[in-house]
Design a protein around this ligand. Structure first.
Ligand SMILES: [Zn+2]
Length: 185
């Protein structure tokens, strides 16, 4: 076992899966397999178990994750949950790993800017709930920053989450009932 890491380390784009053997050494090392389009992520498990996680990006090959990249920073959606072996469960957001059971529940995520909050407030509807992924697409944001922004504005009483186990749908609070809805949160 190597120590657990909280970051990923981008090691390059490769054409064949087997080329990853020469590039992945430490927990968090990551390559993207690209042939025409991005096909697959190979990530040396950040938990330190030494296994390589294969994350499909190609919709034609079945259930696929979305990879967002900006300025050499990578974000993956949805969260990754390994159903065997080490059972790693984490979010990859801006090259950082946020672990379920440690970071996520305790809200140890990066606060996002007021600018992002405002972008979302502009498109949030008052009369129906919208999933944060749809809001993210509409605003050109990645899903995690969008979800974080929704949580932040919900704390301020400006929007509210649909009741349920997972707070994934949000709508704008009616300004007239804002005070009372804030109390009931
Ligand atoms: Zn692992």
């Amino acid at each position: 076992m190597k120590p657990k890491t909280d970051s990923i380390y981008f090691k390059g784009i490769i054409h064949n899966r087997s080329d990853s053997n020469d590039l992945l050494f430490n927990p968090g090392d990551l390559v993207i397999v690209k042939r025409g389009i991005e096909r697959l992520i190979i990530l040396r498990c950040p938990c330190g178990c030494g296994d390589d996680l294969l994350i499909n990006l190609d919709k034609r090959a079945g259930k696929a994750s979305r990879l967002y990249s900006k300025f050499k920073s990578y974000t993956l959606y949805p969260s990754y949950w390994r159903d065997n072996g080490c059972h790693s469960h984490f979010i990859l957001w801006d090259n950082k790993i946020y672990w379920f059971g440690r970071d996520i529940e305790s809200n140890e995520c990066i606060a996002v800017s007021k600018q992002i909050e405002n972008k979302i407030l502009e498109v949030l509807k008052e009369d129906e709930f919208t999933h944060y992924l749809d809001l993210a697409d509409e605003c050109g944001l990645d899903p995690w920053e969008c979800l974080q922004a929704c949580k932040q504005i919900s704390k301020k009483g400006l929007c509210k989450a649909k009741k349920g186990k997972y707070k994934e749908y949000f709508k704008k609070t009616n300004p007239k009932s804002r005070k009372s809805s804030f109390k009931s949160e």
